[in-house]
Design a protein around this ligand. Structure first.
Ligand code: UDP
Length: 369
């Protein structure tokens, strides 16, 4: 008999598994996929760690989380600085003095401030949706060229129907600083995320290709408690209706050239280009292999965003009002479910970053163990 059956070997499940094991509990981790690590899974292709389920750049302001992950991996000095491609015009991201200079020719922070202030005046009062929030932060020109098309592709919804908080994920700076994140600590785990999760799960029993919901009764009988990190609505057979998710499809290619786009991430911010961004994976590790040699080939992934439907992988919760209200109903069912704990991006239907996922798993461990 196990103390915990942990459903899902992503960052939430693996962190809780580590903590429970270190606290002397017996745990079994299961995953329906043929590999561990959930959506942070990386796979080796010609010496390049390919982020199979989309780009993951670890960043945090939480020193305890940073110290924790550094027990399981060394991190390189990668800093995310995506480039936006709007119909062939290139802009620096996030929105900073390089962006404002390219957009308006302004040179000083004061000139940039004046441009933004003049444009944001069209928004009066508290921004009620993503469009109003974006214009109020950076003005209409940047909204139109760098935000509107990208966001509508990414979410499949009008910017006026999306919550303001999504765009507040991005910094706006009046300095020349292309660092996408406002985080004290940032980097990519050397050796890949799969290795990081392998280290978290060191010595822990894991069963792959094991679908919890298909065999729930038998699996439940193996443990006192369940930690479930899958979609919360699926757990309840979608009996209150399905929550909406965004899914992502990747077209990945190995190219026999050393450098495709000169950067890890290029966002295509116009509405017409069908993909949202192209990731060139080798640049997360400076184009080098484990021995420090330049890699002769490159792997790129075009990322296409789509509405989730059964059979797809869910990636992003759609945190609008309608889904928020439905989630609240599922949360009541979850709270009433004896001996089952729901966690992670899908279990809590929250747009968690990796560090928040680990922090949530550590907080659960502190309460539970
Ligand atoms: N966003 C945008 N233009 C960009 C990049 C991001 O408008 O070039 C907006 C978009 O609405 C997106 C949000 O900012 O959903 C958050 O972006 P982030 O990079 O945090 O998304 P993730 O990497 O989690 O997909």
């Amino acid at each position: 008999m196990y103390d915990y059956l942990i459903v899902g070997s992503g960052l939430f499940g693996a962190t809780f598994a580590r903590q429970a094991t270190d606290a002397g509990r017996r745990v079994l981790v299961i995953d329906r996929r043929p590999h561990i690590a959930g959506n942070v899974y990386t796979e080796d292709v010609e010496g390049i760690h390919v982020h199979r389920y989309g780009a993951h750049i670890f960043h945090t302001n939480d020193k305890s989380v940073w110290t924790y992950v550094n027990r399981f991996a060394d991190f390189n000095r990668f800093t995310n600085a995506p480039v936006a491609n709007y119909k062939g015009e290139l802009y620096s991201l996030p929105f900073n003095m390089y962006t404002f200079n390219k957009m308006w020719g302004v040179v000083t922070p004061e000139e940039a401030r004046a441009k933004i202030d003049a444009q944001r005046r069209e928004i009066t009062g508290e921004p009620g949706n993503l469009e109003e929030q974006a214009i109020s932060l950076v003005g209409r020109d940047i909204y139109e060229k760098l935000i509107k098309g990208y966001t509508e592709k990414q979410w499949g919804r009008d910017c006026r129907d999306l919550p303001a908080f999504i765009i507040r994920r991005l910094p706006v700076r009046l300095t020349f600083d292309n660092n996408y994140f406002n985080a004290l600590y940032q980097g990519i785990p050397i050796g890949g995320y799969t290795k990081l999760v392998e280290n978290l799960l060191d010595g822990i029993e894991v069963r792959l290709n094991c679908d919890y919901l298909e065999d729930k009764e038998n699996l439940d009988a193996l443990a006192q408690k369940v930690v479930y990190t899958g979609p919360i609505d699926a757990y309840f057979g979608c009996r209150l209706g399905a929550l909406e998710y965004r899914s992502v499809r990747f077209e990945t290619e190995l190219l026999d050239i050393p450098n495709f786009q000169g950067n890890a991430a290029v966002n295509y911010t116009d509405r017409e280009t069908p993909w949202t961004r192209i990731i060139e994976h080798k640049w997360f590790e400076f184009g080098k292999d484990a021995e420090g040699n330049d890699l002769p080939k490159t792997v790129i992934s075009r990322e296409y965003s789509s509405e989730w439907k059964p059979g797809d992988e869910p990636y992003y919760p759609v945190n609008d009002e309608k889904n928020g209200a439905l989630y609240a109903e599922y949360k009541k069912l979850a709270d009433a479910e004896a001996n089952v704990i729901f966690g992670g991006r899908l279990g809590e239907y929250r747009y968690y970053d990796m560090d928040q996922t680990i922090a949530a798993a550590l907080a659960l461990s502190a309460r539970e163990l």
